[in-house]
Design a protein around this ligand. Structure first.
Ligand SMILES: Cc1cc2nc3c(=O)[nH]c(=O)nc-3n(C[C@H](O)[C@H](O)[C@H](O)COP(=O)(O)OP(=O)(O)OC[C@H]3O[C@@H](n4cnc5c(N)ncnc54)[C@H](O)[C@@H]3O)c2cc1C
Length: 429
């Protein structure tokens, strides 16, 4: 691509880690062990326990590392969409721009030790015997470029959720129907799983390729996640086009997506009230656009009403259903027992104005990819290290199992990106 950032720059900016400094004052008990347990169980115990342990025990150090480079996170801990526990940190800067700004600032400080090539496509690894010693690339004008690597090549080209051909090829788990071009994606256009194919051609083993994640927060038809007020599962109730609740909002991403796809139009509305959006004049979407502007223009289908009756009319759902859905949810907060099993019963929705945003599932994340060890060496089918080849981020497999927790993917890039860099730097020439 001609621009930097990949999916990281457009991500929702949520990052999970136990963090006693922020969690304790908010009465949240947490530990690395609990984080490991929830990450493994949330992925149906299909993740590699050693990789999950590495992910979770280095997440906090990764947060401090990011903060050390100038990235800022809110003090308030939330339970990010699909994260399954309140250990989510929200970036202060819009979307994932805080990560990329921090990295660029740091790289720029390294001056001539680092050269970034945009509009340059990695094509094929160069092997000397079994050792990876470089990569062939193509410039935008079609001319070829050879990059020699003294210590190794680190592949970090992301997943394949945006590559229709690859996701159709690997959509064999039976969890989803067709993932063809009619199903939108949240991904950036340049993230097409190239590194997975490149590594495979050099002998890397690919694992968990059939484990594909959909996310329920996309603009209908478009796939993007722009226009969200926040990613806290505590701040919303989901209803279908009949005005009824149908699923717990704090559950697993795959369960929520399947439930939405089972609704008449395969669509849901996220409902907010003044209880969770108290100061609309100051509020902004995740990408930093004032909510007043969004509401005035009904951008992305946002609607508002002083009362639930008014909102129901605007989004064309039966008002009695919508009111009953909210009443039942509030009764669940009082009794501590929600009809759909929601456990995040921290807030009642009682006061207008009310807000609604239509959203659909889209192909979001690929849990499979290059098999690695805890030093981020790429491994072959016999589990042996491919000398000179390292991999990190969404192009790797074996970490998130059958369902990646919301807020765990950027942790993956930070933790394993650092390890891959350290391993390659230590390697012999
Ligand atoms: C809309 C959205 C919201 C998300 N929100 C969150 C969130 O809030 N929290 C969270 O934990 N996760 C989130 N995720 C997931 C997370 O953002 C990604 O898993 C993560 O950013 C992947 O990082 P990466 O470094 O592996 O790859 P990317 O950030 O995708 O970067 C890959 C880079 O490689 C480049 N590239 C690809 N092929 C080639 C090639 N052949 N040659 C050269 N370069 C190439 C791409 O252009 C891109 O710059 C979100 C994802 C999306 C799409």
């Amino acid at each position: 691509m001609g621009i930097l950032g990949g999916n990281t720059i457009v991500c929702g900016g949520i990052y999970n880690t136990p963090d006693p400094e922020r969690q304790k004052p908010q009465g949240i008990e947490d530990s690395v062990d609990l984080y490991v347990k929830q990450t493994l169980e949330g992925g149906d115990n299909l993740g590699n326990p050693e990789l999950v342990q590495t992910l979770c025990s280095n997440a906090y150090d990764g947060l401090k590392w990011l903060e050390g480079m100038g990235m800022q996170f809110e003090d308030k801990i939330i339970q990010g969409a699909g994260s399954l526990y309140p250990r989510t940190h929200q970036s202060v800067d819009p979307l994932g721009t805080g990560f990329i700004d921090a990295y660029l600032k740091t790289l720029n400080e390294r001056g001539d030790k680092c050269k970034i090539l945009t509009d340059t496509k990695g094509e094929e690894l160069i092997l000397d015997g079994n050792k990876v010693v470089g990569i062939k690339a193509t410039n935008k004008d079609g001319s070829e470029l050879t990059l020699h690597a003294d210590k190794g090549v680190i592949l970090a080209t992301g997943g394949f959720a945006g590559n229709v051909e690859l996701r159709e090829k690997y959509n064999t788990s039976g969890k989803w129907g067709s993932l063809g071009e009619n199903v939108p994606t949240t991904n950036m256009p340049g993230v097409t799983g190239d590194g997975i194919t490149i590594a495979s051609k050099a002998g890397a083993d690919l694992i968990d390729m059939d484990l594909i994640q959909l996310l329920y927060l996309s603009i209908p038809k478009n796939g993007g996640i722009a226009g969200l007020y926040d990613l806290g599962a505590e701040n919303t109730v989901f209803i279908n086009e009949e005005g009824n609740r149908f699923v717990r909002e704090d559950g697993r991403r795959d369960v929520i997506c399947k439930a939405i796809l089972d609704q008449p139009e395969g669509l849901m509305y996220m409902i907010h009230s003044a209880d969770v959006l108290p100061n609309i004049e100051e509020a902004k979407t995740l990408e930093g656009v004032p909510m007043t502007e969004i509401l005035e223009n009904n951008t992305y289908g946002w609607q508002t009403g002083e009362t639930l009756d008014e909102l129901a009319e605007k989004i064309n759902v039966p008002a009695e259903n919508l009111k009953a859905a909210i009443d039942n949810y509030n009764a669940g907060v009082d009794s501590g027992k929600d009809e759909f099993g929601r456990e995040l019963l921290t807030k009642k929705f009682e006061n207008g104005p009310w807000y609604a945003l239509p959203r659909v599932p889209a192909v979001h994340h690929t849990m499979g990819g290059v098999r690695i060890d805890t030093d981020c060496h790429a491994l072959n089918a016999d589990g042996e290290i491919i000398e000179g080849l390292y991999a990190a981020g969404e192009l790797t497999g074996g970490i998130h199992g059958g369902n990646r927790l919301g807020g765990n993917a950027v942790v993956d890039t930070v933790v394993f990106g650092r390890i891959a860099g350290t391993s390659a730097a230590k390697a012999e020439q």
